[in-house]
Design a protein around this ligand. Sequence first.
Ligand code: NAD
Length: 256
Amino acid sequence: MAAPLRLLSRLTVVTGGGSGIGRAVCQRFAAEGASVVVADVNEDSANETLQSLPRDYRGQKHSVVGVEVSSKESVERMVTTIQRGYFQPPSVCVSAAGITRDEFLLKMEEGDFDRVVQVNLKGTFLLTQAVSRALVASGSPKGSIITVGSIVGKVGNIGQVNYSASKAGVEGLTRTAAKELSRFGIRCNCVLPGFITTPMTEKVPEKVINMITSMIPLGRLGQPAEVADACAFLASDDSRYITGVSIEVTGGLFIG
Ligand code: NAD
């Protein structure tokens, strides 16, 4: 089925664009006509994503920018680079960069707690702030900021006290940003993936994956493209009256 063309001539940036969900979002946005900036700390994998992007529409121009999302300086440099290259700020941004460092609460090292919060939560803050500042300064009439939380931010998950705390924080950040930025025409929404087949979940033992799968009403793990579908909806004008919400993309896991 061909993708609709809801993002023609929109400039978008996707952190974590070098892998998994971020890569699928880049591909979906490009298929819908957007220009895509693939942003990742791993520039090789970001370049692989770049090579995979369709360029079927006039004016469509994709690029790669290296970024360390936990560094304010790096994130600000990225936004400046984008503005220099495209003569405008991105009007859609997706914070898909994320990491796990799993351990039981009783054993977790402080450094592993801090690092996960720095990348997942502070990284989302820095990107949201830098992009929304640029949009407000440019007088752009609209923007869509999409953050990536996780269902485990709502329900918790054994071995992920750092990760689930960071993802719960992402939801709170998104709701607050939505309230503050609405008057500038900027919408902010969060997607909450359940268990999606990516390099991140490859680390989870098969026994645990089988147990989780048995709990998913739709009976299988999700695909990155299925999270990208929700992001494309949130990026597009089809969601123009939606802000401050979280959309669960979980196959029904933990409903109710
Ligand atoms: P992934 O490991 O496949 O991709 C993550 C990407 O983020 C990689 O390309 C990596 O290089 C990049 N990255 C990591 N740290 C970075 C940093 N400091 N600066 C810039 N880039 C950095 O993971 P994924 O499964 O595609 O996850 C994408 C997002 O979705 C993450 O935020 C993750 O927490 C979230 N999520 C994933 C699942 C899942 O089941 N896969 C479920 C819920 C939420």
